[in-house]
Write a new protein. Structure first.
Length: 255
């Protein structure tokens, strides 16, 4: 039996598209969202999967290239690779604690410090000699510049490649930022195509804005910085249009 152009063989290497979900479905439909977390989301105004789709990330981070030598920059973010010299756990009072790791850089042998606050279990992740990849914000501590609560990569679980764009979110109280980011990305991947666009294409083109499904995809999984910035502007327009609709309805009620 021959195969026509209209009926091509499926590509066995093509990634399987996730099953679509209804944007009006409750947040509880996502794995890991139990009653307590659902309440925290609802208190932040996030009731449905569509609400998560429309929740714009707070900022966009481009994963940096590792430093070849020390010291750390005075500010911003930095990434380093090397071998663990030692790790110390300091319990301060009550449940407060800090874990400080010294790392010897692969390229130069210079040492840098990284600190995690109130995560005592982190000490077990850093046996002496282990090769790790750390990336995070530079902070000025008592002993000088250090990485504060950096992400940790290893040969088994590597960090994203340098240049990778990653949206970051400010999660509602009681929910971890990484967990919340995962829910937003999942909702976007599975609901974006079913989010209705009510703005005429001509108006979007005039404002140089993407349609809503494209904006949702680019906001949560961006291809480029300009695409992410345009997506955030389009999502901001949703809030403005909602506010305008409320004002119109309020005036109509008075009339």
């Amino acid at each position: 039996m021959s195969t026509s152009a209209a009926d091509p063989d499926p590509d066995p290497d093509a990634p399987e598209r996730p099953a679509e979900l209804d944007p009006s479905a409750p947040v509880e439909d996502l794995p890991g969202v139990g009653p307590a977390r659902a309440r925290a989301l609802k208190e932040a105004g996030l009731v449905t999967l569509g609400d998560l789709c429309l929740h714009a990330p707070a900022r966009l981070v481009e994963w940096p290239h590792p430093l070849e030598e020390g010291p750390l920059p005075d500010e911003g973010r930095a990434r380093v690779r090397g071998a663990v010299v030692d790790a110390r756990l300091l319990r301060i009072r009550g449940r407060q604690s800090s874990v400080t790791v010294r790392l010897r850089l692969d390229g130069s042998g210079d040492e840098v410090r990284a600190v995690w606050w109130n995560q005592p279990w982190m000490k077990e992740r850093f046996p002496a000699g282990r090769a790790v990849d750390l990336s995070g914000a530079v902070h000025k501590g008592r002993s000088g510049l250090e990485l504060l609560n950096p992400a940790v990569g290893s040969e088994e679980e590597p960090l994203p490649n340098p240049g990778t764009l990653q949206p970051e979110y400010d999660a509602p109280k009681g929910i971890g930022d990484a967990t919340f980011a995962g829910w937003c990305r999942t909702a976007a991947a599975r609901c974006a195509e079913r989010m209705a666009e009510h703005v005429p294409p001509a108006l979007l083109a005039r404002a140089d804005l993407p349609d809503l499904p494209t904006a949702i995809r680019e906001a949560h999984d961006p291809r480029s910085i300009p695409a992410w910035e345009a997506a955030r502007r389009r999502l901001a327009l949703v809030g403005l249009l909602r506010l305008q609709a409320q004002l119109v309805a309020r005036r109509a009620g008075r009339g």
